[in-house]
Design a protein around this ligand. Structure first.
Ligand SMILES: Cc1ncc(COP(=O)(O)O)c(C=O)c1O
Length: 370
């Protein structure tokens, strides 16, 4: 279905179009200067030594896990209230995801639930900064250190967010970003892994490029993958990254407007606009409906008016793909209570005042019938 007001939209200006077309006039369409420039810009932005661009956030999670030595026989603690790629990457690495519950305010991993999930097989925690809200990194880092676990940050939804004034993506042993077109910045498809150690960066570059460790194209030191990101995508990414502060400010202004416009609807809960110790990078604007049926009716009614919304997220452990999995049905009371009520409203950089008012007005009218 085509919506009058989409859920998300990329923000592409003449600068991106010129950068991409300039690449097309060169003979370098892969593994060239744009890759180096994009990786340097990402590393500089975060103040870390290495960034390795990859073909998607999922690919980044996969090779980050392999680089951290995660594989068969290992358990990795992950949230269930997130995008399914997180669990899929653990399976791809040959390890077992173990789902933990979330904090009801930040919607991120609850450190107490993570601690409950630790066994003698646990090797890693994947911390997701859900919806662009930073997770409780101090407590999660302590927990990881206490149990000798590696900490992998999934910052796919959170570029530009900070915890205690430190950018997300700089806390983990490795961290992963995603640049799908619904994200705060995009490369079309794409992602990146940030690394502090030269050895990690070299391993990531080898795994991304069919296990090529040296310069010879047909020498393969290990089993690897084709997770390369094209020069075209990298050129797009460099311009998007240079515009990130401006783009995050536009999203924040739209969120502030939503918070005003929706403040008088008594039956919905709005996301927190500020949280202690954190700056939020707004990926999506998700409101909580009174219950699941009201959420589903609202979504259908908004769709009939041409307004797109999203059910962010359907818990991974309740997905059909997980029905027969040994870890498929843990008890995650917060996740299970919250997920059916969540509805993401349209949010993108160029959302207009008219569109924000229209969505808010439609929601106010529908809420009368709950
Ligand atoms: C939390 C999270 N992890 C991983 C991914 C996977 O990224 P990609 O779609 O680029 O593979 C996404 C989003 O798309 C995500 O939201």
């Amino acid at each position: 279905m085509r919506f009058r007001i989409p859920l998300s939209a990329p923000d592409i200006t003449q600068a991106e179009i010129e950068a991409v077309t300039a690449v097309l006039r060169t003979p370098h369409l892969s593994l060239g200067p744009q890759l180096n420039a994009f990786e340097s810009a990402l590393a500089d932005y975060h103040g870390v030594p290495h960034a390795v661009a990859v073909s998607s956030g999922t690919a980044g999670l996969h090779i980050a896990l392999l680089t951290l030595g995660i594989g068969p026989g290992h358990e990795v603690i992950v949230p269930s209230f997130t995008f399914i790629a997180v669990a899929n990457a653990v399976i791809q690495a040959g390890a077992t995801p173990v789902f933990a519950d979330i904090d009801p305010v930040t919607l991120n991993l609850d450190p107490a639930s993570v601690a409950d999930g630790v066994t003698h097989r646990t090797r890693a925690i994947i911390v997701v900064h859900t919806f662009g809200i930073p997770a409780q990194m101090d407590r999660l880092r302590d927990l990881a250190d206490q149990h000798n676990l590696v900490l992998l940050e999934d910052a796919c939804e959170a570029i530009g967010a900070t915890f205690q004034q430190q950018p997300v993506g700089t806390f983990g042993d490795l961290s992963v970003f995603g640049f799908y077109p619904n994200k705060q910045m995009t490369t079309g498809e794409g992602g990146a892994v940030l690394a502090r150690s030269t050895a990690h960066a070299a391993r990531l570059r080898s795994l991304r490029n069919q296990g090529r460790a040296g310069t010879k194209w047909l020498d393969h030191a290990e089993h690897g993958y084709n997770y390369r990101l094209s020069e075209i995508a990298c050129a797009l990414g460099t311009v998007q990254l240079s515009r990130l502060p401006e783009m995050l400010a536009l999203r924040e202004a739209a969120v502030e407007r939503y918070l005003d416009l929706l403040a008088d609807i008594p039956s919905i809960e709005l996301p927190p606009s500020r949280l202690p110790l954190r700056t939020i990078s707004w990926f999506v604007f998700v409101v909580r409906m009174p219950d699941g049926p009201a959420r589903d009716r609202t979504q259908a009614q908004l769709a009939s008016q041409g307004i797109a919304t999203g059910r962010y997220f359907a818990p991974i452990h309740l997905q059909p793909a997980w029905r027969n999995h040994p870890q498929g049905r843990p008890s995650l009371p917060v996740t299970e209570a919250i997920a059916p009520r969540m509805l993401a409203l349209p949010l993108f950089n160029r959302i207009s005042e008219q569109q924000l008012s229209e969505v808010s007005q439609a929601l106010a009218e529908i809420s009368i019938s709950w």
